[in-house]
Design a protein around this ligand. Structure first.
Ligand code: ZN
Ligand code: FE
Length: 260
């Protein structure tokens, strides 16, 4: 198992607000891409570093996550691993995974956590030995994905699952830089959450300097992300929903965001 300190992680902008991510282990010469919104930024970094791409992990079938796959698989001989249920939609997929499957990328163990809601196929990728996870379009910093293919109850179950399975110290990478708008919305739900106010200020500063707000951590999201906090008594109270279920409170928050 590589020492976590030796791992080189590159996060870079793709398209208008997507992230590209490359994870490189120099010891085993393993290089993993998570999603490919656009091939060129990946090819540029691979060329600049001399890394050979060995694995591509896909979170879901949406075009802004797989668009560069064709070019990247033509230019490299990387193994493509993605959700089994979207095998027909993801060109060049070498291996399909289901919830709970383990994938070995060289010596690096990666766990597939099914987190449906935004799409039915959505996989969050968890790297326990590196203390990182990529949550695709399920969990964003201070937000969560819009519910397209699943239903609100399904999305809430997926977010609860991430809260249960990802330790507080996990660094969270995700599909999009949406944090600034998410922060504005989050403050309408919890105007008195001091940690959220602090984070919103930090996010505004980072964006003013054109810096990314990701990765975040699970601990920070649990303390500030309203979509993860639908089961908090203080959130229910702020919404006047103390007698409602957690899923109903989540549904209210997600619906307000959709209409914001
Ligand atoms: Zn998506
Ligand atoms: Fe997306």
């Amino acid at each position: 198992m590589p020492a976590p300190g030796a791992i080189d992680i590159r996060q870079f902008p793709c398209l208008s607000d997507n992230f590209g991510v490359l994870i490189h282990d120099p010891e085993s010469e393993t290089t993993i891409a998570v999603d490919v919104p656009d091939a060129q930024p990946y090819l540029d970094i691979l060329k600049a570093t001399g890394w050979r791409l060995t694995h591509i992990l896909i979170t879901h079938h949406h075009w802004d996550h797989v668009q560069g796959l064709g070019t990247l698989t033509t230019e490299t001989d990387a193994t493509v691993v993605g959700p089994e249920r979207s095998r027909s939609k993801i060109a060049g997929m070498t291996r399909g995974v289901e919830d709970g499957d383990d994938v070995l990328c060289g010596p690096i163990e990666v766990k597939a956590i099914a987190t449906p809601g935004h799409t039915l196929d959505q996989i969050s990728w968890y790297f326990p030995s590196l203390n990182i996870a990529h949550t695709g379009d399920t969990l964003f910093s201070l937000g969560c994905g819009r519910v397209f293919e699943g239903d609100l109850e399904m999305m809430w179950a997926s977010l609860k699952k991430l809260k249960r399975l990802l330790p507080d110290e996990t660094s969270i990478y995700c599909g999009h830089e949406y944090t600034e708008a998410n922060a504005r919305f989050a403050l309408t739900i919890e105007p008195n959450n001091a940690e959220l106010s602090l984070r919103a200020g930090e996010v505004a500063d980072l964006r003013a300097k054109d810096q990314p707000t990701l990765p975040t951590t699970m601990a920070r999201e649990k303390a500030t992300n309203p979509f993860l906090r639908a089961d908090e008594p203080s959130v229910k109270e702020a919404l006047g929903m103390t007698d409602k279920t957690d899923a109903e409170v989540f549904a209210e928050i997600r619906t307000r965001k959709d209409n914001a």
